[in-house]
Structure formats: C-alpha cells, structure tokens
Design a binder for this molecule. Structure first.
Ligand code: HEC
Ligand code: HEC
Length: 347
C-alpha cells in the first residue's frame, strides 16, 4: 500500500512537471517566421512588427482560409474563390461565385505580394489587409455570414481553440485575432521567382521575342504597370467600355468623387498568364484579347487616363508581331514555385 502511494505521488509529480513542460513547449514552439523579403523588392507596406507572422498564426490563418465554415452554407471558403495554382484567383469565373451560386460583380483578384500593397480590392475599399476579410465574409453574394456566427462556430472546435491559444498572447477566439491570422497567412505569399526576376538578377536571359516584348512593355505599359511589382498602385480608367449589366463606377464608389468614375486599381501583372480571365469584371479570356483591346478597343470618356489618348489617338497601337512579343514577355512573369508551393496549399 505504501509503495502504491509513493507510486501515485511520483506519478502526480511527473504529470505536473510534464504539463508544465507542455505549456513551456507550446509557447516556445510558436516561432516567428522569417518574412521572405526579396532583395530587389521595396520594403513591405504591411507592418510586420505590429502583427508578426508566426508558425502558429500562419497555421491558423491557413486553416481559416480553407475553411468553408466561414460562410453561411459551410462550403464557400476563401480558397474556393482564390485557387493557388491560378495565383489565388477563381479560374474560369469571370465574376465571383459565392454561396448557393450567387454571382458577384467582380473578378477575384490574385493574392500575391499583398504585403507590399497599401489598399485592397479593385477600388481600394479596404485601407488595411487586416480589415479586408470582413468584406467577403459578410457580402451576401460571397460568404453571406456574420462574424459573430463564424466565431461561435470556431469556438466549438478544439483544434481552433488550441491554435488561437498558441498563436496569440491573449489566446482569444475573437475578430481581431481571426483577421490577424488570415493576414499572417496572406502576407507570407511573396512571389518573386519568375524568369523576369532571374533575368534581373543576372541568372537567366530573355529569348529574342521576350526581350523585344520587354522593350515594348517599358515603352508602352510601364507608366502604370510600374516597377518590380508591375503596378504603381494608383487608380486609373484604362478605357474599358462600361458594361451596362454592372455599371461598376470603380473608385468613385469609395471616394464619391466624379474624377474617380470608372477608375480601378492598376493590377500587378505577376502570374498574369495563369490568372485569367482579365480586368475587374473578367471580360477578357486571353492576353491576346487584352492586347487587342489596348490596340483598338479603348473608349473615350471624361476620366480616360491621358496616357491612353495621346495626339488624338486612343489606346496603344500594336502590330500583331508586337502583340506576340508582349505576350512572350508577359509569360516570363509566371512563378511556378509559388503556384505549387506546398506551404500555401490546402492539402
Ligand atoms: C465568392 C468569391 C470570394 C470569396 C469566398 C472570397 N473572395 Fe477575396 N476576392 C473576391 C473578389 C471578387 C475580389 C475583388 C473584390 C472587389 O474588388 O470588390 C476579392 C479580393 C480579395 C482581396 C484583395 C486583393 C487585392 O489585391 O486588393 C483579398 C486580400 C481577398 N480577396 C482575400 C479573401 C479572404 C481572406 C477571403 C476569405 C475570408 C476571401 N477573399 C473570400 C472573391 C472572393
Ligand atoms: C493608363 C494606365 C495603363 C496603361 C498604360 C496600361 N494599363 Fe493595363 N491596366 C490598367 C488598369 C487600370 C487595369 C485594370 C482595369 C480594370 O479592370 O478596370 C489594367 C489591366 C490590365 C490587364 C488585366 C490584369 C488583370 O489582372 O485582370 C492586363 C493583362 C494589362 N492591363 C496589360 C497591359 C499591357 C500589356 C499594357 C501595355 C500595352 C498596359 N496594360 C497598359 C492600366 C494601364
């Protein structure tokens, strides 16, 4: 009997020290992740000190990103509309498809290099990445859910309780932590290993057609699709004829200003060969159609960007050979490593 009591005491002590060990391990296990800053990129706009990506925060963000429970029907996750191999766009869908097949009015944007962007969505409606996620969750044609409902669903799941506890100091399953975790997952999506990057680093050379395309691009496109991110992040009207079905007013929706009518964010062209269809409403299926549009489809209006109406000429005149060369260049902007990177994939 005495032996047995000693055994029990030892066992209790052992369990106690073990659980302390575990608690210690849990905290120390949540390591800060190294942000993969490419040498030739600008500094991130996202404040990585304020919400530093950690192993557990990233894991939680990824789980949330691929979880249909963030929607009212339980099946529409962020990843449903943002598919990794198509640069996190909704492949083949012109405008987004949300709960019960509800149609939105805009084409899902790629999710890459978000750490470098100042504002989000085609019209810049979200001034911060952490405040973006509330839009898809609550939009009726997207996930059609309330944040309160989402949180109560998450609280019923032990895995979430434990991830929130490990990822954040206060351990709460709350709105702020949920959005911060999603941001931690998304800011790590840095894409900078294209052939174009390798050429800039001196580790690859363009073919003749790609080099000719790059020269054309620099001359005709890079005032807007500017610099290493291939966007100057401004809002501009590139002359798309207005689609009466949506009559999307663009940036004016956010600012109310007449001068912002039909202006949309200049998109980054990284991974452009895989992120079809194109433009804010996904109206073009191929890069050839996009170039045909710049060549002969640009439409005049009070807010058309001056760069696209020079010397009485509308648009950017291009020969068929020049279009082929431009497309050859645009195809060097695909980052296969990123599109297949298992750290971002659902399974
Ligand atoms: C039903 C399809 C759909 C779902 C679900 C969806 N999105 Fe999107 N996403 C879009 C569309 C469409 C846009 C463009 C929105 C706009 O311009 O108004 C977009 C834009 C974005 C952007 C802005 C990118 C940029 O460059 O400005 C981010 C970030 C984003 N989504 C993240 C998410 C997250 C996180 C979730 C899940 C909480 C999510 N999305 C769920 C369709 C979807
Ligand atoms: C005056 C600024 C400007 C110039 C010059 C310009 N673009 Fe654009 N581009 C934009 C804007 C703004 C959009 C988004 C328009 C929208 O969806 O309403 C866009 C969209 C695109 C898209 C679709 C991207 C996507 O994700 O859907 C491609 C491809 C593109 N441009 C390529 C080019 C090429 C190639 C050139 C040169 C021949 C060029 N652009 C010149 C401003 C410009």
């Amino acid at each position: 009997m005495k032996k047995f009591s000693i055994f029990i005491i030892c066992l209790t002590l052992c369990l106690a020290c073990n659980s302390e060990d575990n608690a210690y391990v849990e905290i120390s296990e949540n390591k800060k992740l190294d942000f993969p800053q490419p040498d030739f990129f600008p500094l991130p706009a996202y404040d990585l000190e304020e919400n530093p990506p950690t192993e557990k925060g990233f894991e939680l963000g990824k789980k949330l990103f691929y979880d249909g429970r963030l929607s009212s029907t339980g099946v529409i996750s962020c990843g449903f509309c943002h598919i990794q191999e198509f640069s996190f766009t909704h492949h083949t869908h012109e405008v987004s498809h949300g709960v019960n097949g509800a149609l939105g009015t805009r084409n899902a944007q790629p999710l890459i290099n978000l750490a470098y962007f100042n504002e989000f969505s085609w019209d810049g409606a979200a001034p911060h990445l952490d405040s973006f996620s509330i839009i898809p969750i609550t939009t009726d044609v997207e996930m059609n859910e309330t944040v309160t409902n989402v949180l109560s669903k998450l609280k019923q799941d032990d895995e979430y309780l434990s991830l929130f506890a490990q990822a954040f100091e206060n351990g709460e399953v709350d709105t702020q932590n949920m959005f911060r975790a999603l941001s931690q997952f998304m800011v790590m999506m840095v894409s900078a290993e294209t052939k174009y990057d390798k050429v800039l680093e001196g580790n690859a050379v363009f073919t003749e057609a790609q080099a000719a395309g790059k020269a054309l691009f620099d001359a005709k496109c890079s005032s807007c699709h500017k610099g290493i991110l291939l966007t100057d992040q401004s809002y501009r009207n590139n002359g798309l004829p207005v689609d009466p079905q949506y009559n999307d007013v663009g940036r004016k929706r956010v600012t109310g200003l007449e001068e912002d009518l039909y202006r949309f964010k200049v998109p980054s062209l990284r991974n452009i060969a895989v992120s079809l269809p194109y433009m804010h409403d996904g109206r073009f299926q191929t890069l050839k159609e996009v170039l045909d549009f710049y060549d002969s489809g640009v439409t005049a209006s009070s807010t058309l960007d001056p760069l696209l109406q020079q010397e009485e000429e509308l648009g950017i005149q291009l020969t068929e050979t020049e279009k082929e060369q431009l497309i050859a260049f645009l195809r060097t902007l695909t980052d296969d490593n990123f599109l297949l990177d298992p750290q971002f994939s659902e399974f």
